[in-house]
Design a protein around this ligand. Structure first.
Ligand code: TYM
Length: 340
C-alpha cells in the first residue's frame, strides 16, 4: 500500500529583490521538506502585480530571479512542483469563487492590509482593490491543492487562518471539499527585523536599503549594513535573547542561528562575554560566507534561462492537472453547469 505524503504549499511574490528574511522565514526549510511532503512551490506573480506597475520587463526578470533562488535553495524539480502562479489559471478562477465566500469585515481585519494602506497613505500613493483581496488569492493558491501545511513567516499566519475560515465556511455549505491547511512557523527566524529599526519587519519593499540584507548583496554591503545595525546601549554590553528588551541583538542572533544551523541557546553559550563589535564581526563573517555560496549556485541557474523556462513549463502542467480536479469538484457543487 502506498500512503500519500501530506501536501505542502508555499510561495514568494516576485515583487522585489529577495531578502534574508524571505530565506530564513521560509525558503531555507523547503529543501528538506521535500523528503516528507508532496511539495508545491509557487512564484506568486499575480500577487506581485498589487505592488508593481508599468514595469513588465522588471516583473519578467524578477520571476526568473525568484525561480533561480528556489533552485539555489535546493528545491528539486524532480521532487517538487515548481510553477508560476499566472501559468495556472485555476488560481484566478478559484480566487473569484472564494471572493463570494469571504467577508468584507474579515478582510478589513488583516494586519498586513492595514500596514500597507498606512504606508501608502503616508506616501500619498493610491490603494488598489487587489491589495484588499490579496489574502483571498492566497487562499485560492493553498486550497486548490488540498494543502495540509504552509511554511511561512509570522506575517502570513493571519492569512492562513483566514484561508481556514473561508475553507470551513465553504465546507459547511457544500460538504468536505477543502482540506483545512495549517501554517508551519519556526520558533526562531519567522520574523527577521529591519537592521536600523529592529521593531519593524525586514521587507523587500523597504525604501531604506540599509534596513535590509538582500540575498544578492555583496560582501561590502553586508559588512556595512551589519556594522551599522542598531543594537542597544546596555552597559556592560551583554548578548542575550530578548525580543522586547534587546530587539537588535535578538535579531542578529536569529540571523546567525539560521546561517550557522546552530540553536540560539548554543550560540549564546559560545558568545558569552563577547563584545557587540566582535559579535557583529562574527555575524558578518557567517552571513557573507553563506550568501557567497548561495549566490554562486543562484548565478549558475540564472544564466540558463531555457532551463528555467522548461522547469516553469513542466511545473505548470503538473499543477494544472492537480488544480483542475479541485476546481471541477467545486464547479459541480456550485451548479456551474458545463456542456462537455
Ligand atoms: P512575500 O514575498 O512577502 O514573502 C515570502 C515569504 O517570506 C516570509 N517573510 C519573512 N519571514 C521572516 N522574516 C521576514 N522579515 C520576512 N519577510 C517575508 C513571508 O512570511 C513568506 O512566507 N503572500 C505571500 C506569498 C504567497 C503565499 C501564497 C505564501 C502567495 N500565495 C500561498 C503561502 C501560501 C508572501 O508573503 O510573500
Amino acid at each position: 500500500m502506498i500512503l500519500n505524503k501530506p501536501v505542502l504549499f508555499s510561495a514568494v511574490q516576485p515583487s522585489g529583490n529577495l531578502t534574508i528574511g524571505n530565506y530564513i522565514g521560509t525558503m531555507r526549510h523547503w529543501s528538506s521538506m521535500q523528503n516528507n511532503y508532496d511539495c508545491l512551490y509557487c512564484i506568486a506573480d499575480l500577487h506581485a502585480l498589487t505592488s508593481i506597475k508599468n514595469n513588465i520587463f522588471s516583473l519578467n526578470t524578477l520571476i526568473l530571479d525568484t525561480l533561480s533562488f528556489y533552485l539555489a535553495c535546493g528545491v528539486d524539480p524532480n521532487k517538487s512542483i515548481i510553477f508560476i502562479q499566472s501559468h495556472v489559471h485555476q488560481h484566478s478562477q478559484l480566487n473569484w469563487i472564494l471572493n463570494c465566500f469571504s467577508e468584507f469585515s474579515e478582510l478589513l481585519r488583516m494586519t498586513q492590509f492595514k500596514t500597507k494602506i498606512h504606508e501608502k497613505k503616508t506616501s500619498e500613493k493610491t490603494i488598489n482593490a487587489a491589495l484588499f483581496n490579496y489574502p483571498i488569492l492566497m487562499a485560492a493558491d493553498i486550497l486548490l491543492y488540498q494543502t495540509n501545511f504552509v511554511p511561512v513567516g509570522q506575517d502570513q499566519k493571519q492569512h492562513i487562518e483566514l484561508t481556514r475560515n473561508i475553507a470551513q465556511r465553504f465546507n459547511n455549505l457544500y460538504g468536505s471539499i477543502f482540506t483545512l491547511p495549517e501554517s508551519l512557523i519556526s520558533q526562531y527566524g519567522s520574523k527577521i527585523m529591519s537592521l536600523l529599526e529592529p521593531k519593524k519587519k525586514m521587507s523587500k519593499s523597504d525604501i531604506n536599503y540599509k534596513n535590509v540584507i538582500y540575498l544578492l548583496d555583496d560582501i561590502y554591503s553586508i559588512k556595512f549594513k551589519i556594522k551599522n545595525a542598531v543594537t542597544d546601549s546596555e552597559i556592560p554590553s551583554k548578548i542575550y535573547y530578548d525580543i522586547d528588551k534587546k530587539p537588535g541583538i535578538s535579531n542578529l542572533l536569529e540571523i546567525l542561528s539560521a546561517v550557522t544551523h546552530k540553536d540560539v541557546k548554543i550560540l549564546l553559550k559560545e558568545l558569552d562575554g563577547v563584545m557587540y563589535s566582535e559579535f557583529k564581526k562574527i555575524v558578518i563573517d557567517y552571513v557573507s560566507k553563506f550568501l557567497n555560496s548561495l549566490q554562486k549556485s543562484y548565478y549558475n541557474y540564472r544564466s540558463n534561462e531555457s532551463y528555467l523556462k522548461k522547469i516553469a513549463y513542466d511545473g505548470a502542467i503538473k499543477a494544472q492537472l492537480k488544480s483542475k480536479k479541485t476546481l471541477k469538484n467545486i464547479y459541480d457543487k456550485l451548479g456551474l453547469i458545463r456542456f462537455h
